[in-house]
Design a protein around this ligand. Sequence first.
Ligand code: FMN
Ligand code: SF4
Length: 478
Amino acid sequence: MIYPRVASLKTSEAFRSHLSQSSIELPFDDHVLSGPDSPLARPLQVHGRSIGNRFCILPMEGWDGTEDGKPTDLTRRRWRNFGLSGAKLIWGGEAVAVRRDGRANPNQLLINERNLSEIAELRELLVSAHAEQFDCTDDLMVGIQLTHSGRYARPNDKKKAEPRVPQRNRVLDRRVGVSDDSAVMSDDDISGLVDDFITAAVAAERAGFTFVDIKHCHGYLGHELLAAVDRPGRYGGSFENRTRFLRDIVDGIGAATSGLNIGVRLSVFDFVPYCPGEDRIGIPEPESEANKVFGATLDGEGIDLTEPGRLIELMQEIGIRMVCTTAGSPYYNPHIQRPAFFPPSDGYQPPEDPLAGVARQIAAVAELKQQHPEMTFIGSGYTYLQDYLPQVGQAVVNRGMADSIGLGRMVLSYPELPADVIAGSDWQRKKVCRTFSDCTTAPREGILSGCYPLDPFYKKRPERELLKAAKAKLSNTR
Ligand SMILES: Cc1cc2nc3c(=O)[nH]c(=O)nc-3n(C[C@H](O)[C@H](O)[C@H](O)COP(=O)(O)O)c2cc1C
Ligand code: SF4
């Protein structure tokens, strides 16, 4: 595929003209406003609170906790940067496992009694960093993302997958080494996990978080359960059964906490797994089971929002008001989830202009927002827009296509972007994430995550050399 780098599209006109030549539809405001007139500075009302602006920091882990699941200085630095960013909604900080076997890696944070004071301090650090830089913290909303990694659990050894799955899946089983039913969770195990989520939410409330995110995205357990059409028993088959996990957790949290709000990070659509085809360009993996994809058309290669829309209606009925949208999975179709020019080491070359991936997520969220106007929707996947993120973000908010613009990779390289946009400060071009994917490749190679190409702090770290060597070795073996 030939498409230009966004950095080479030097003007708004060039960017728009590329979009129209490529038939990619994205809303775009030529003039980004600053100060109180900025649509991105408009407060957002949810759960009787006022969130101070329309930027949200998406959860991003760093594979940098201690082995017992406590934060380290690197974790604290990331959360502090989130506080300094100027965004007024912090969606979960990062994935935090509710029990040991659900950790995605042996350095993922783990919420339990022993770790709670350090996790509470993370939130306090973020809030105090925000207070140092900005007038007010009353309009800052901070949640924590609760997770079980399911199929992608590696709790004890970075190199050893220890999957816990809701159902067998021909292609994905092969990828994580599931060869019999021993990895399939029983109904009792899932019920026990519901209790673990509730216990974790009670702890999160004590730690001062305003909301918990019950993670249902990216191929992890909650998300895979939504597609568990072949699973017998109480958690599989019908839509009612596949959503029981979420409903039971929400019921339990309602009964056990006093005022804790609940949000859900949801892959609002998904595609079948991809693999490298000719010239390493991604293709849908043959033998994929398209019926086991949540929010996809029958062939698993297009979007069908019927069930996701139904799920959002259900969420509304059970008191959920905030959905942080995302799509697909970083493991089996990263171009859907995290559009990038340079794929991560275990990926494939993008089969499309990554701007098409950005547009796909924006359009799907806009459709859901139109169907469910009372729900608060946070969008994701904007980083690939690079220098044009503010123009598109403002246009999305202005047109009511989403309520808040979520920022992932961009805040690893350019943490103060929200503050700069809202204040109308100079655009810091050198800090703009160019989607090199080192922050994903590093952990795939057993190295802690960080923005090695652009963040001066990570540039100086010894892991940068390890990453270079790992990348060189990989390119020699291809
Ligand atoms: C290093 C890294 C860590 C991430 N960790 C998480 C996580 O803990 N939880 C989660 O839901 N998403 C996680 N994501 C996905 C992001 O939240 C986001 O959806 C994705 O990067 C796309 O948004 P962007 O285009 O702004 O980067 C991570 C992404 C990156 C790059
Ligand atoms: S390593 Fe830095 S520049 Fe590369 S994708 Fe991650 S945040 Fe962006």
